[in-house]
Design a protein around this ligand. Sequence first.
Ligand code: ADP
Ligand code: MG
Length: 470
Amino acid sequence: MKNENILKTEQPIKVSWEKIQTEMKAKFGKDIYDSWLRKISFEEEFNNYVLLSVTTRFIRDWITSRYLDQILSIVRSYKSEISRIELSVNEEKNYNEIEKKDYKKNDSSAINVSFIKDYVSNFNRIDPNKSFENFVTGTSNRLAFEASKKVSCKTSHYNPLYIYGGVGMGKTHLLNAIGLKLKEESKVMLISAEKFMYQFVKSIKSNEMVKFKDNFRNADVFLIDDIQFMNGKEAMQEEFFHTFNALLDKGSQIIISGDRPPNKLARIQERIKSRFSGGLVIDIQPPDYELRYKIIKSKTDELKNYYSNQVNISEEIQLFLSKEIKNSIRELVGALNRIVSFSRIYNKIPNISETKIVLKDLLNYNENKVTVELIQSLVCKHFKISKNEMLSSRRSRYLVRPRQTAIYLTKLLTSKSLPEIGRDFSNRDHTTVIHSIKTIETLKKDNTDLCSSIDTLKNQILYNNQNNEI
Ligand code: ADP
Ligand code: MG
């Protein structure tokens, strides 16, 4: 294993993709691999992230909630700069066709078709599902919403419009909604700063700089997302600055999003920052309870629609999610998607304790309170062994199984990494931890006694946790 790691070179992920797939198969087992992971396609690699795709929203949500972190660690073992994976739903075929037609209709210049196709499929991925209609407003995002609407009705003189806020607050959604609204009547260019840089470099290499310039400077509406990732070299910033000025000069509307206000952007030239501040700068704040609840309601309806009414999430769960998932709207929507995936896979509506398990990594209090000590002491009590015995190095059968169960439950109910768990069990190696988890997973398949022991323990742990009894 070690040697293999050393031999891994930092090649493009595309080159290593087959190997990564083989590793996923080894890590998750053939069943999981065949049911879920085989269907992942590699799309593209950007500066520090990889874009993968699957065929349906359901598969995406399932993979995201269960396997994405581990997939990321495999990918990172091939290329350490990669810091995240984006998983998109590739309904692309028909989608691209439509986009291509739109583009042609609007564009009479002589840019060659393959170049247009490249641009359209790489950049202008305007998502038809992120519109003004399904953007829910509250105190924290109303101003940004109103300003975006004004821009999209061309009744504003806010130019550029700069929207900033934390991760998952709805910035991309708003930019997308503006693009969607205007794409019929104007030449819209929606691109993330990362993709802009990537395309810039690619155009230089392939001698297509003129086309690059023409393309961006042709836009009537230029939407640039996640500007904080713009960290290009001088030449690129230069190009960006000129594009920006050329667009403003010809009266094109520019909309920018970022995770911080313009003056706090690092690595961006002062003159660009000052251009960003020249129009309207608006922030989106974290959602309050009222907005979170409204969003849950609206997304539940959307999902019901999508799955032809076969979604049934109780009011109790909806309130629970609105109350507990506070950090971002992305997490809130992600949590709801997970619950829906759960209910579709197990064909039942999860109760609160199941919800807590499914969402364990999003619920901070769970993370804080389910401790290894709690798990160990309840498992010891259940199997009638002492804690010293559990933590000893003895390998008697009556000790091994409880130990493996405790390790398995620690992985399931806390967010500890494998080496951390190893340390909590008398400095065992992380391979022992993996072995324990795998053993329990295999045994659970046809050992109903073990299954029910584990269920009982799980409930005890969560119950104790909830009531602070230990
Ligand atoms: P950001 O770009 O700020 O990180 P996104 O726009 O990607 O956030 O939003 C994350 C998720 O939350 C998306 O699925 C988006 O559709 C959804 N979302 C964000 N804000 C709202 C809102 N006000 N109403 C409905 N959905 C929202
Ligand atoms: Mg975004």
